[in-house]
Design a protein around this ligand. Structure first.
Ligand code: CAA
Length: 376
């Protein structure tokens, strides 16, 4: 076993860390306060080579792996989990094309993602965890498919260059009646409503996506028409690892902010770091951080080495986001009254990382995935 990063991986990590320190951290509180989408910073990240890094080289991408993406995700999550989501949720559109698209589709669609964002349209207002119960309809009309329906809580919805949409062809067959279709953003009939009032991750653009008589060629269907549900599941098996990576970043930030504060804040004539009540909290965060980072890198390594990874991915996502949420809560506790105020970064960590326990499959769904893999 080798736990060392390669020189290229170290360089990627260094570059992401520098971008996070110089461009994200100084602006994250403002984006959060104003609920503003940082378009120019997303472009900078893309220009630097931090976006959509897993597009294969033969289609003009960087051809990097999930391990590299996890390294980037930790740095972005450390700086701002909302920004991390903008960049890494784009993978939700790359992966289905990668795993189920044909050569012609890859040649046609990947260039849209060289600098543009992708989005994954699965969830609906009435169907989140029950991903097979879709109401969005796909009807065949000659050589075209016509989409009608509304998707909910779509990350990058409205700012993406390309959407992977999941829809039902027929109502009788829940799973085998689902189709996955690539819809470029400029196709007529697509509109969106930006969702306001999110608790956290407020710089990431989240929308309700409306598809009204959206007509695309059948040639945009990924795999066979009935493959949609399995394509969605296989995609999430990979992308949940990036949620874990951002969570690791949040936990690391919670720890570093807590250590810094505990060494400088005095009570009873000494730094509060002297008290075991504080030390045990720091030790607990560190244990959670290190174990969830190992699981996250392990799951990414399984993907990069073409090994079975669904269970490891669910463990990483669930564990890392639970750890990060707890770490953010303890960081607030260590900061006392200051931690509750937005002058310090820790309250934002908690609000932001709450979503990591919910999106890309709630942590209850992760436990279902893990338990089913044990029992099948
Ligand atoms: N890989 C391949 N096949 C899979 C699979 C996987 N990971 N999981 C299930 N399947 C297959 C099953 O083997 C089965 O196939 P057969 O009929 O041929 O045996 C078929 O799919 C149906 O499987 P299930 O009976 O297990 O399906 P289910 O209806 O019980 O649902 C579930 C299973 C795990 C609960 C699934 O619905 C699920 O993951 N739900 C959560 C959805 C989710 O994560 N949504 C997040 C959306 S993305 C997001 O958050 C938005 C964003 O922008 C960030």
């Amino acid at each position: 076993m080798n736990f060392d990063l390669s020189p290229e991986q170290k360089e990627m990590q260094r570059m992401a860390r520098q971008f996070a320190a110089e461009r994200i951290i100084p602006n994250a509180a403002k984006w959060d306060r104003e609920e503003s989408y940082p378009a120019e910073f997303v472009k900078e990240a893309a220009d630097l080579g931090l976006l959509n890094i897993t597009i294969p080289e033969e289609y003009g991408g960087l051809g990097l792996g999930l391990v590299e993406e996890v390294l980037i995700g930790e740095e972005l999550g450390y700086a701002c989990m909302g920004f991390d989501t903008i960049i890494l949720a784009s993978d939700l559109a790359i992966v289905p094309i990668k795993i189920a698209g044909n050569d012609e589709q890859k040649k046609r669609f990947f260039p849209l993602l060289h600098t543009g964002l992708g989005a994954f349209c699965l969830s609906e207002a009435d169907n989140g965890s029950d991903a097979g119960a879709l109401k969005t309809r796909a009807e065949f009309a000659g050589d075209d498919v016509v989409l009608n329906g509304t998707k909910m809580w779509i990350t990058n919805g409205g700012v993406a260059a390309l959407y992977v949409v999941f829809a039902r062809m027929e109502t009788e067959h829940k799973h085998t009646g689902t189709v996955a279709i690539v819809v470029p953003a400029d196709v007529p009939g697509i509109s969106h409503n930006k969702l306001h009032g999110k608790m956290g991750q407020r710089c990431s653009y989240t929308a309700e996506m409306i598809f009204e008589n959206v007509r695309v060629p059948r040639a945009n269907i990924l795999g066979e028409p009935g493959d949609g549900f399995k394509i969605a599941m296989k995609t999430l098996d990979r992308t949940r690892i990036t949620v874990a990576a951002g969570s690791v970043g949040v936990a690391r930030r919670a720890l570093e902010e807590s250590v810094k504060y505990a060494k400088t804040r005095h009570a009873f004539n000494q730094p509060i770091a002297n008290f075991q009540a504080i030390q045990f909290k720091l030790a607990d965060i560190k244990m959670g951080l290190d174990t969830s980072r190992l699981q996250t890198l392990y799951a990414a390594w399984l993907v990069d080495n073409n090994r079975s990874h669904g269970q490891a991915s669910a463990i990483a996502k669930c564990r890392a986001s639970d750890v990060a949420f707890a770490a953010a809560g303890e960081a607030i506790q260590i900061h006392g009254g200051y931690g509750y105020m937005n002058d310090f970064p820790v309250e934002k960590l908690l609000r932001d990382v709450k979503l990591n326990q919910i999106y890309e499959g709630t942590n209850e769904i992760q436990r279902v995935v893990i338990a089913r893999s044990l029992l099948k």
